[in-house]
Design a binder for this molecule. Structure first.
Ligand code: HEC
Length: 128
């Protein structure tokens, strides 16, 4: 006599695995929908709000940079490169005290801040 649970397991286990895979797929899709970090959108945000200080290529040499007491960050510097995305995000979100780099919270959405970090990372990889 074949044990009955054998059949049950051989049907249920694949069903659970497939359901799990579908679930994962939906989850990552939904997540991607929430934050599709997008360099095109990041570029638009950067050109509009950041370029005048940080410069077209992210070298910290935008047209407004000379008038500032504190030089805008050059994203190609090693110190900048070593920072995590979260650290950069925090600076963008909260700004730097006593610095022309003010907080962008309220002016940019979370998604826009993510996008602009992605774009900064892209700039930092490009040469002159
Ligand atoms: C008025 C000029 C100005 C504008 C506009 C500006 N920044 Fe800055 N930013 C600075 C300055 C100055 C610093 C350096 C702050 C310090 O170290 O005191 C800085 C620093 C940063 C840093 C930290 C980099 C590091 O290595 O720690 C990031 C990230 C950054 N800016 C992103 C942005 C983004 C994104 C925008 C546009 C949404 C933006 N900045 C707009 C002046 C500006």
């Amino acid at each position: 006599m074949r044990p009955i649970h054998y059949d049950l397991m051989s049907t249920i286990v694949p069903v659970i695995i497939v359901a799990g895979l579908i679930g994962l797929g939906i989850h990552s899709f939904a997540h991607a929908q929430e934050y599709p970090s997008d360099t095109t959108r990041g570029k638009a945000v950067y050109e509009r709000h950041c370029q005048k200080c940080h410069g077209v290529g992210g070298w910290g040499d935008g047209p407004d940079a000379q008038a500032l007491k504190v030089a805008p960050a050059n994203f190609h510097r090693f110190s900048s490169f070593l920072k995590s995305d979260e650290e950069l995000l925090r600076t963008i979100e909260h700004g730097v005290v006593f610095s022309p780099m003010h907080s962008w919270r309220g002016q940019l959405t979370d998604g826009e801040m993510q996008d602009v970090v992605t774009y900064i990372r892209l700039l930092a990889q490009q040469g002159r």
